[in-house]
Design a protein around this ligand. Structure first.
Ligand code: ZN
Length: 345
């Protein structure tokens, strides 16, 4: 039932595209998504005797590298840093089989997997870089991609059912993003990355409360905290307290204030997070940073917050929650990317 509703919305969009073409709109329906090939950088480190990563072609459609098999073919490419890179050239949906399986659990509701497939397809199409040695990496800086071993039947079905469908704003594929859990309110892209899109503004998300990291807390030694932030804390003296300042419309503090006995130093929250590391500062939605004191001064710093990841765009745990409540993939995508439609990319 859900699938039928989804196909119906895609057909409705196609009708809109024909109208856009007749009025001079951009033709984004001319090349079906399954025809695209992506170039995925698998490694820039492992090198063989000749200085290039070693891979083995198994048949015209698969190869093996580093104990794993991949769809498509491989190429070696010269990277900007002078090293050789192993690049997997793979049809987009075959690539998405290995992405959706890694990004969301096969046990999640079908609509959540379909929403992930649509968003992952849209994301990677926006990352094509003709003239560069590859389009995306296989890691978290883009989308996690695991090749054939990581694939699940459920993820392949979700990719096949949504083949060619992307998120569209006006007449062009949208610049989408996604993350594990937004913590109850998705983030504004303009606040996090400085690029403002109407569909990447924060929305209240009541659906991800089921996420294991909806609330999180981590602590670190005071010495380690100061060492990591030395570029900012150096002039502040011994810290008296840490404050969250300038909440944006989504409840995220724009700055973390290091209040010392000499001065106060402001650190952008996004910089605070990347400087201390995203495994320690789990999300951009901080709730408290407190100092634990001993007789000789601060000993530990406890950081707490909500969600996991940057918080922009689709919230994976929220998508799961919406799907459990009966939403289809179209409804999930349009909740996280307001003002968008679905169409062929
Ligand atoms: Zn959420």
């Amino acid at each position: 039932m859900r699938r039928s509703a989804f196909v119906g919305s895609a057909l409705a969009w196609a009708a809109g595209t024909r109208f856009a073409l007749a009025t001079g709109g951009r033709d984004i329906d001319a090349s079906p998504g399954e025809a695209h090939e992506m170039r995925v950088l698998l490694s820039s480190l492992a090198t063989g005797p000749a200085g290039a990563p070693v891979a083995e072609t198994l048949d015209p459609f698969t190869f093996r590298w580093n104990g794993r098999t991949y769809r498509g073919r491989y190429e070696t490419a010269l990277l900007p840093d002078g090293r050789s890179g192993l690049v997997n050239v793979v049809p987009i949906d075959a690539y998405l089989y290995g992405v959706v399986s890694k990004e969301v659990s096969a046990g999640w509701p079908r609509a959540a997997l379909e929403a992930q497939a649509i968003v992952a397809r849209t994301y990677v199409l926006s990352k094509r870089r003709p003239g560069k040695p590859y389009d995306v990496t296989a890691g978290e800086s883009d989308q996690v991609y695991g090749g054939i071993q990581s694939e699940t039947v459920e993820a392949r079905d979700a990719v096949d059912a949504t083949s060619g469908i992307v998120v569209v704003f006006a007449t062009a594929p949208a610049h989408v993003a996604f993350g594990s859990c937004c913590g109850g309110h998705t983030a504004d892209a303009a606040e996090i990355w400085g690029n403002d899109f109407p569909y990447l503004r924060g929305v209240v998300d009541p659906h991800c409360v089921i996420a294991p990291e909806y609330h999180w807390q981590r602590d670190v030694s005071y010495d380690e905290f100061i060492r990591a932030l030395s570029a900012f804390a150096g002039s502040a003296g011994q810290l008296q307290r840490v404050e969250l300042r300038e909440l944006d419309d989504t409840g995220r503090a724009r700055f973390v204030a290091l209040v010392g006995d000499h001065a106060t130093s402001l650190v952008k929250t996004t910089v605070f997070r990347t400087t201390l590391g995203t495994s320690l500062v789990r999300s951009t939605l901080l709730q408290d940073v407190s100092l634990d004191r001993g007789p000789d001064g601060p000993t530990r710093v406890t950081i707490s917050g909500a969600g996991r990841g940057h918080g922009v765009g689709l919230c994976q745990w929220g998508a799961r929650g919406m799907a459990q409540d009966g939403a289809d993939a179209t409804q999930i995508v349009q909740f996280y990317f307001p003002q968008t439609t679905l169409g062929k990319g």
